[in-house]
Design a protein around this ligand. Structure first.
Ligand code: B12
Length: 191
């Protein structure tokens, strides 16, 4: 399939089912290995689709697995453009329209501090954008804030907020560049 065969983690059932992948143009793999190990350490089950994943395969695997979280990583500088294309394809599938989906890494070629880029990705449908810097810490907070089987709890694309009874305590920190998730925190939830 790709350089990396899909791998299933061995975490406990209580964790999330997570798809970790890059996109069609990107051949880097250690970013994916890193994310897989991080998520497994946090108790989640990871299917790692590997490098250079064609859009069709990415979408079909996500439809098949129906994960609780989709994590896209790209470091080759094309991530922003690839990411805009891929999120459209994912959100066009009814079963993936509300699945929490994030993107991170080195998404452009001019460093990470580009709020416009993050805003466009969030507006296009991502629930979080994690570019270098504090990205891993913010990503951990984001994942920690997801309830089990989060994707199934989100009802429709037009209403991506979680039900009130699954909302987080207000003092739980959410990533700066995140837009969904419960009880919008004061930390920059854009929607
Ligand atoms: C090894 C490497 C390669 C290897 C990859 C081998 C492999 N099997 O992975 C090879 C030689 C194939 C390669 C090719 C290319 N590479 Co290269 N590569 C690197 C290098 C030296 C290390 C990458 C790495 O493995 N890092 C280790 C992992 C663990 O770290 P990471 O990838 O940075 O990921 C971390 C964070 O970004 C973050 N992160 C990543 N994704 C996500 C997602 C989320 C959700 C979160 C929270 C965090 C997160 O978490 C990780 C841990 O902190 C980097 C330079 C560097 N020092 O980073 C360049 C680099 C990534 N490559 C680069 C480039 C340009 C290329 C090529 C285009 C070169 C070319 N002209 O051919 C090609 C791209 C080919 C392609 N189709 O994608 C550039 C990208 C430029 C940019 N984005 O600004 C870099 C940054 C080098 C540079 N300084 O110019 N590369």
């Amino acid at each position: 399939m790709n350089q990396l065969e899909p791998q299933r983690g061995k975490a406990e059932p209580a964790g999330l089912d997570v798809v970790v992948t890059t996109m069609a143009s990107d051949s880097h793999t250690w970013n994916l290995v890193f994310l897989q190990l991080l998520l497994e350490e946090l108790g989640h089950r990871v299917t790692n689709l590997g490098a250079c994943v064609p859009d069709e395969l990415l979408v079909s695997e996500c439809r098949r697995i129906e994960p609780d979280l989709i994590v896209l990583s790209s470091v080759n500088g094309h991530g922003y453009h690839d990411g805009l294309r891929v999120i459209q394809a994912l959100r066009a599938c009814p079963e993936l329209a509300a699945t929490p989906t994030v993107i991170g890494g080195k998404l452009g070629i001019a460093g990470s501090g580009e709020p416009d880029r993050q805003r466009s990705l969030l507006a296009a449908g991502y629930d979080g954008v994690f570019e270098e810097g504090r990205s891993v810490a913010d990503f951990r907070s984001f994942v920690g804030a997801l309830p089990p089987a989060a994707s199934r709890a989100l009802s429709a694309p037009a209403d991506r907020a979680l039900p009130a009874d699954r909302a987080l305590p207000a003092d739980r920190a959410l990533p700066t560049a995140a837009r969904t998730l419960p009880t919008a925190s004061a930390s920059g939830v854009l929607r």
